[in-house]
Design a protein around this ligand. Structure first.
Ligand code: FDA
Length: 308
């Protein structure tokens, strides 16, 4: 793993830097490139603007690794409000949730219960709950929770998961999820993982991403391919064309503030695109992972900052 990527991932876990940055106005200004704003209203406003471009969204109320049950319940409330707001304002939007924000590290039962109630609410409002994937120590528990909730007949289709192409186990996981009819978002993976569990080289991660995209595209379920990598996107388009898979059968997903040109181009070509929109006060770890993916962003942000 390149040194800068490792350094930003280490910084993403630094509590002192986090406390300092989240309170500073400079930090907030820098992060606004990737984060919609601090409040739920900011996220709704940005979602409406993105929807107007023909792009659907998924909303993420930032935060992870809560330390009390109260914090987990509070985080869940924001998502319940989001589901109501999406319905009331008829947004083309769903929600993305991290189980550590719902208390997974305190008690898997707590996170499981909160996820189930969110899935029920999503189902009642004709919506969908995506469970984000975090580091590999949580993969199995996250899969167990999503599969358990999806097994309720009335919640079928209301909950989905994320699979990371950098993990060796992902092909087997996808085969099982597809057999159970569970919607998958495929991404490369954003955490620092040891070679025992994840491909260390980018070439191998990319190769696996292409292989797994094919498995998802040819399955009868609607999945999401989350990537800004034009080579991955080109391979998916090629696979779909070759196998007669209609563009309406899947969607590309990208992060708010990243490759807006490519998002628009895909829409013009007739593909479905969904943008992941994070908002909230706890933006620091998310922001640092985005810098880890592309350290050149630091220079880009600094230039814009001093220009403004
Ligand atoms: P890659 O990193 O190879 O980048 C390809 C090109 O994309 C770069 O050359 C650059 O041009 C552009 N690019 C990528 N990242 C950029 C950035 N931050 N800023 C500017 N340009 C950038 N991960 C995870 O572990 N669990 C999860 O639940 C999710 N969820 C998720 C949802 C959505 C909608 C997306 C798009 C991504 C995630 N991820 C994630 C993150 C994912 O795992 C991965 O870290 C990033 O998407 C970067 O990988 P790419 O596929 O874009 O390719």
């Amino acid at each position: 793993m390149p040194i800068l990527r490792s350094a930003f991932i280490a910084l993403s876990k630094n509590r002192t830097m986090r406390r300092f940055s989240e309170r500073s106005s400079i930090g907030r200004k820098m992060s606004s490139r990737f984060v919609a704003g601090l409040e739920l209203e900011d996220a709704i406003r940005v979602a409406e603007a993105v929807n107007r471009q023909g792009i659907s969204v998924t909303l993420d109320s930032l935060g992870e690794s809560v330390t009390t049950e109260g914090e987990a319940q509070q985080a869940a409330q924001i998502y319940h409000q989001l589901l109501d707001q999406i319905a009331a304002r008829k947004l083309n939007a769903n929600i993305s949730v991290k189980l550590t924000q719902m208390g997974l590290e305190l008690s898997p039962k707590l996170a499981d219960g909160i996820a189930e109630s969110l899935a029920k609410h999503a189902s009642a409002t004709n919506n969908f709950l995506r469970i984000d994937m975090e580091d590999s120590s949580l993969t199995q528990t996250t899969l167990n929770i999503v599969r358990r909730i999806h097994a309720f007949p009335e919640l079928r289709g209301a909950i989905g998961i994320v699979i990371q192409a950098y993990l060796y186990r992902s092909q087997a996981d996808i085969e099982q999820l597809v057999a159970e009819g569970i919607r998958v978002r495929l991404c490369k993976g954003a955490y620092k993982e040891p070679a025992e569990v994840a491909f260390p080289s980018k070439a191998d991660v990319d190769k696996n991403y292409v292989l797994l995209s094919g498995l998802l595209l040819e399955s009868p379920i609607y999945h999401g391919l989350a990537t800004h990598d034009e080579a991955m996107i080109a391979e998916a388009k090629k696979f779909a064309a070759k196998h007669g898979i209609d563009p309406s059968h899947f969607e590309f997903q990208m992060l708010y503030g990243v490759r807006r040109d490519l998002q628009r181009k895909l829409i013009q070509e007739g593909y479905n695109v969904r943008v992941y929109i994070p908002f909230g006060r706890e933006w620091y770890p998310y922001f640092m992972r985005r810098l880890a993916e592309r350290p050149a962003n630091v220079i880009f942000l600094a230039k814009n900052f001093f220009r403004a």
